[in-house]
Design a protein around this ligand. Sequence first.
Ligand SMILES: O=C(O)c1cc(=O)[nH]c(=O)n1[C@@H]1O[C@H](COP(=O)(O)O)[C@@H](O)[C@H]1O
Length: 230
Amino acid sequence: MDPKVLVALDFAQQDKANQFIQRLDPSLCRLKVGKEMFTHFGPSFVKGLIDKNFDVFLDLKFHDIPNTVAKACLAAADLGVWMVNVHASGGPKMMEQAQLALQSNGTNKPLLIAVTVLTSMDQQQLSAIGINSTPEEHVLRLAKLTHASGLDGVVCSAQEASLLKSKVAADFTLVTPGIRPEGSDKGDQMRIMTPKQAIDAGSDYLVIGRPITQSSNPIQTLIDINQSIL
Ligand SMILES: O=C(O)c1cc(=O)[nH]c(=O)n1[C@@H]1O[C@H](COP(=O)(O)O)[C@@H](O)[C@H]1O
């Protein structure tokens, strides 16, 4: 059982999230808890999902001094999450210290991955923060740095997946948001692909939120997506 879809639970109300989760089964998907739900409902919400046997990706995108990030990653490990992330732009010292802290923490080490360039960013947004490389070039630079820092993988868009599998490492875990099934609303995402395109390009896990959670039949949409990537 290795579900590829990580459903982004970005609900503002816990009962809405629970209505959805009650109809789910851990064989259908893994779950991602991000800044919105964690800020509203905290660690107890995450623990509740783990108690229901879901693998949880705690997406808090830590970005701070090395000591603070390492301690925050240890707190995530204590919760029992399956995956946790930091921002690669926090630099190699920050990433190395976080990975070392998790490795020396014993057996329940979550996967540690780093966000490269957010999937909501395009060339224009990158230039606005003073980065004049293309999104692809910058993702590759940050992914190589992440790999050299000993982490398990990166968050990138599926548009960069084949490049990273060939230029970084074939076994480097690629987690790709910005997934949009044919015909669904792009919203604020810029670098997008369909679920099948993403898997064909080399994505290991697909982060999908609104196309599932705001669908009129979320469970059927999830089942259809799973079918499309068999
Ligand atoms: O780290 C993430 O999960 C993430 C990184 C990124 O570059 N882009 C991105 O969209 N995400 C998250 O992935 C989810 C995408 O949600 P939808 O756009 O609704 O499918 C959101 O919860 C984002 O916070």
